[in-house]
Design a protein around this ligand. Structure first.
Ligand code: GLY
Ligand code: MN
Length: 463
């Protein structure tokens, strides 16, 4: 946790952005895995952590916009809890640690919200994504649980995003630490990546490293020699010489700050010349994004410039043809890159995605596209100092997609299907780093940069 003043300042800043009524921020509860007492690892709600600091289940916070009073709701432990869990601080002490004076048992939340509704005051809450909190909101507000997300406050969503988007120095220091854990995870994967080793073994080692330094992985690890499947959570294969292992994995610290890196490396430790060709293009895309990302430019424009680097490289390889600008404008390159260049990162690996991607990554100026590929860009808007975003271009050969586009004769002016056919056994490459937008450019997060050049990768794999 940060010091109490950090949370007080954030809540004051939030209140100053809002018109009137009360702000209700719900924390998360334990979630049973296979019976009530056997729970998944607890994950606090990120906005609750941001404004009220605490990472235990069963709390809620209220900020009265009109008079500035703040309230912390939760239940003190009883003797039974102390016997099983040990002594715990009182709710009043927890509230005081984050500068909240008034604390009440959780049940009082019903009375508080009920009274505010009776007084016709606005109740601002964020879109719930857990079913227990949808049910709680139904109980508190009378709105049907399944409809609660549609009644979330857009004013609150926008205010929260405007605060959480640009990271404070204390947050950047934590993300740097999470990226240091990412370095440990990815360099371990590079050392273990040998023919005959199972994907699951390496994925398990990475999970262990993440939890030994922090809370857990920041999302389910993607580790596969079938990198052409973008979010491949299947770790059932044994690594084979000649394939490439794509590892997209990150760590979440005890205070929830995240990392998210991807590397794609040759099983056996030596790039083939075909792998070098494609890898070199993706690396050039990755470097282009880093070169262009700075305050004032839209990430959509960076994405599109990166797509041109990709299309140009693939043209040189004979897989694309025609005018590169026109090919990218038409979306032909999306056969090889059907996802976006990156997303915001912070307390969530896809930061604030629960609040709505169209508000996090877009605004009145830059609107989401509907074009295949570009539509998957999570972050399109103008960059600002303090934004933490991912730079994650890729190049994939997805046999089913190639077959479909070929059968439909899509973008035949720009795609050389005869040559592309020969790459259907290639797999996919993605290279991802986490970057901070600085005063006039960007920098990698984390103290050490995970090996990425041909020389760096081959050196660590053959140590
Ligand atoms: N690293 C997983 C993702 O960005 O979706
Ligand atoms: Mn990512």
């Amino acid at each position: 946790m940060f010091d109490s003043l950090t949370y007080q300042k954030r809540r004051k800043a939030l209140r100053d952005k809002m018109s009137n009524g009360i702000i209700l921020i719900l924390g998360n509860n334990e979630a049973p895995a296979n019976y009530p007492d056997n729970t998944y690892k607890f994950r606090q709600d990120s906005s609750f952590v941001y404004f009220f600091g605490h990472s235990h289940p069963g709390y809620a916070g209220i900020i009265d916009i009109d008079n500035g009073t703040e309230y912390f709701f939760g239940n003190d432990v009883d003797m039974d809890d102390i016997i099983w869990m040990g002594p715990q601080p009182s709710v009043q002490e927890l509230a005081a640690q984050v500068g909240v004076e008034k604390s009440f048992p959780f049940d009082k939340l019903r009375d508080f919200v009920g009274k505010a509704i009776a007084q016709k005051r606005a109740i601002h809450f964020l879109p719930p994504y857990r079913y227990d909190n949808m049910l709680l909101l139904e109980e508190l507000t009378g709105i049907k649980a399944s409809m609660t997300k549609h009644h979330a406050s857009l004013e609150l969503i926008k205010a929260v995003i405007s605060l959480r988007a640009a990271k404070e120095d204390c947050e950047i220091a934590e993300i740097d630490k999470a990226c240091n854990v990412g370095y440990e995870m990815h360099t371990a994967a590079m050392r273990l990546c040998k023919p005959g080793v199972s994907e699951q073994y390496i994925a398990g080692v990475l999970d262990g490293i993440a939890s030994s330094y922090g809370r857990m992985v920041s999302f389910a690890t993607i580790l596969t020699q079938n990198g052409q499947t973008l979010h491949n959570h299947d770790h059932s294969h044994i690594l084979q010489e000649g394939r490439m292992m794509l590892t997209d994995a990150g760590a979440e610290l005890m205070n929830y700050y995240c990392s998210d890196h991807t590397r794609t490396i040759p099983v056996g430790g030596k790039f083939t010349s075909r792998q070098r060709d494609v890898y070199g293009i993706v690396l050039a895309c990755h470097d282009k994004a880093l070169e262009l990302a700075r305050p004032g430019v839209t990430y959509k424009s960076v994405h599109l410039e990166v797509c041109k680097v990709l299309a140009n490289g693939l043209k040189e390889l004979g897989l694309m043809k025609g005018n590169v600008e026109d090919a990218v404008a038409a979306g032909a390159h999306a056969l090889f890159l059907p996802h976006g260049l990156g997303h915001m990162m912070g307390l969530d690996v896809h930061d604030m995605e629960d609040l709505g991607q169209c508000y996090v990554g877009y605004d009145d100026e830059v609107q989401p596209s509907t074009q295949f590929g570009l539509a998957s860009l999570r972050m399109g808007r103008r960059l600002q100092k303090g934004f933490v975003i991912t730079d994650e271009p890729g190049c994939y050969f997805i046999p089913a997609l190639i077959d479909k586009w070929k059968a439909e004769k899509l973008h035949t002016d720009f795609l050389n299907f005869e040559a592309i056919e020969k790459y259907k056994d290639f797999g996919g490459i993605r290279l991802e780093d986490d970057i901070l937008i600085t005063d006039n450019g960007s920098r990698f997060l984390g103290e050490k940069h995970i090996p990425i050049t041909f020389e760096e990768v081959e050196a660590i794999m053959n140590e």
